[in-house]
Design a protein around this ligand. Structure first.
Ligand SMILES: [Zn+2]
Length: 404
């Protein structure tokens, strides 16, 4: 009895479907959106990351060789600074990778939702057609239709009219295949994302480990400071090193000016070398180190509140005469503004100009940091005129006093 009823319904369906089939719009199975992010982008970043890792391992080797030698504290600190910069770059690259994976996953989820919506829509369309037939029709489909919980189940019940359903079934099958493909793709992407996230976590942990090592090196320096005799020795070393560099700066500046045919030298006209802060944490001139007989001559000003990320700009147009690093100044740049006139930028985490580069006033030349001798990130800025160091605050008058 039941079989007969289903059979009647099926025959009617067969007829009805043949009538309305021509009205059906074809379903598009093409991907809905082109991916904004590709695996190639990520691979490129991975390569970058590997290059950074190998640079870092070289620094680590050098560092390990020095580890137990207290006398090499300054050198050790400078290596740790280099390592921190490399690690920070690695973290930035990894974060970029993670962001790209997140974008890929979002795109994939959208594709998956789209496919599911298409399938649901197709089922709705089918039901609507059958209802339309019911309104017109001579045979009751309702019993058949409402016994099935889904299109799939109903197709199962009516499998003996599968030829009729063939076209629709094919669409549904295609949709299902697409859905599976998309789900598989998403699973792969989610795996990759988890991989990247764990890589990032490892890098972040490594970074904090390195920062700890740096703190340790800094506290070794402090220990040395507390030992007056040692510290006076270190200060004398630093002074001698600075004196030597200063002479070299003046010599280079004069040599360059001679090469350029001694164009007219102008004084003043400097702009702030950073735009993120005008807080001067240490002024120009003599300063007390807190240790008897161990005062030093501060050759420039320290600008604080710049972190490891402020862009450093040329304070005046000129030519780069030094772009280098040493254990006291860290990574530093000197720009010549005519014979005996220079500006110096120290403790950088990055330098983006090399010797001989002609820079405009306000041109980006590097990024702030804490390389060399100093506590925490700041920009040490010097001005030399006529071969003599002058107080930069004579020109940068709108500063914020942040020293005691
Ligand atoms: Zn300083």
């Amino acid at each position: 009895m039941k079989t007969r009823r289903i059979f009647r319904a099926a025959v009617a369906l067969l007829f009805a479907l043949c009538v309305v089939a021509a009205d059906l719009p074809p379903l598009s199975l093409a991907p809905q959106t082109a991916s904004a992010v590709t695996q190639a982008d990520i691979d490129k970043l991975k390569k970058e990351s590997n290059a950074l890792a190998s640079k870092k391992s070289n620094v680590t080797k050098e560092l390990n060789a020095l580890k137990k030698d207290k006398a090499n504290t300054l050198k050790r600190k400078s290596l740790l600074d280099q390592q921190i910069v490399l690690i920070s770059d690695e973290i930035a690259v990894t974060e970029q990778q993670i962001a790209q994976y997140e974008a890929l996953i979002e795109q994939t989820e959208n594709e998956l939702n789209e496919a599911q919506a298409q399938e649901a829509e197709q089922y709705q369309l089918f039901c609507k057609r059958v209802r339309a037939m019911e309104e017109r029709g001579t045979v009751s489909y309702w019993s058949v239709l409402f016994q099935a919980a889904s299109f799939e189940e109903m197709l199962g019940a009516l499998d003996f009219i599968s030829e009729v359903m063939e076209a629709d079934q094919r669409v549904i099958d295609d949709l299902r295949v697409l859905q599976e493909q998309i789900a598989a793709k998403q699973a792969t992407l989610e795996d990759s994302l988890a991989e990247q996230q764990s890589a990032k976590e490892q890098l972040a942990a490594k970074n904090s480990e390195l920062r700890d090592q740096r703190t340790e090196a800094t506290s070794l320096i402090k220990e040395m400071e507390e030992n007056e005799a040692d510290y006076r020795e270190v200060l004398a070393e630093i002074e001698a090193e600075e004196e030597k560099t200063q002479k070299e700066i003046v010599r280079l500046s004069k040599e360059l000016a001679a090469q350029q045919g001694n164009t007219k030298v102008t004084y003043g006209g400097y702009i702030w070398p950073v735009t993120t802060s005008k807080r001067v944490t240490s002024p120009f001139g003599r300063r007390n180190t807190g240790i008897k007989g161990a005062s030093t001559n501060h050759r420039g000003i320290d600008i604080g509140g710049v972190f490891y990320s402020s862009t450093v700009y040329a304070a005046k147009a000129g030519t780069v005469i030094i772009s280098s690093s040493n254990s006291v100044r860290g990574q530093y740049i000197v720009v010549s503004h005519g014979s005996g006139n220079t500006t110096t930028y120290q403790h950088l985490s990055k330098r983006s100009v090399s010797v001989g580069a002609v820079v405009k006033q306000g041109q980006a030349i590097g990024v702030t940091g804490s390389s060399g001798v100093g506590s925490g990130p700041h920009l040490h800025f010097e001005i030399t005129e006529n071969g003599q160091l002058v107080d930069p605050l004579k020109y940068l008058t709108d500063y914020v006093k942040a020293w005691r």
